[in-house]
Design a protein. Structure first.
Length: 101
């Protein structure tokens, strides 16, 4: 009877130890899954931050390009107006020269 009871106690102890080990492994697995999920979330956040940064840089460059184009156009119009003014002055001077002749 003592042998049977000792064997039963031994089996119960082994079952309890096995259950503890199963729970420990389950907790480890869940902790690892949580860690992986956290790392994936951090990577996604970083990816989004970099994408927003890239888009902001593209927008800034497009704005700079538009400003540069507007400045080039303004300078071209200024140059053409100056050329027209010079041509007008030359024509007026030529008319004055012919009138004086």
């Amino acid at each position: 009877e003592e042998e049977r009871l000792a064997e039963g106690a031994k089996i119960a102890e082994e079952k309890a130890a096995a259950e503890e080990e199963r729970q420990r492994l389950e907790e480890e697995r869940l902790a690892e899954e949580a860690k992986i999920a956290e790392e994936e979330a951090a990577a996604e956040t970083e990816r989004q931050r970099l994408e927003e940064e890239r888009l902001a840089e593209e927008a800034r460059l497009a704005e700079e390009e538009a400003l540069a184009d507007a400045e080039r156009q303004r300078l071209e119009e200024e140059r053409l107006a100056e050329g027209a003014k010079i041509a007008e002055e030359k024509a007026a001077a030529e008319e004055e020269r012919q009138r004086l002749e």
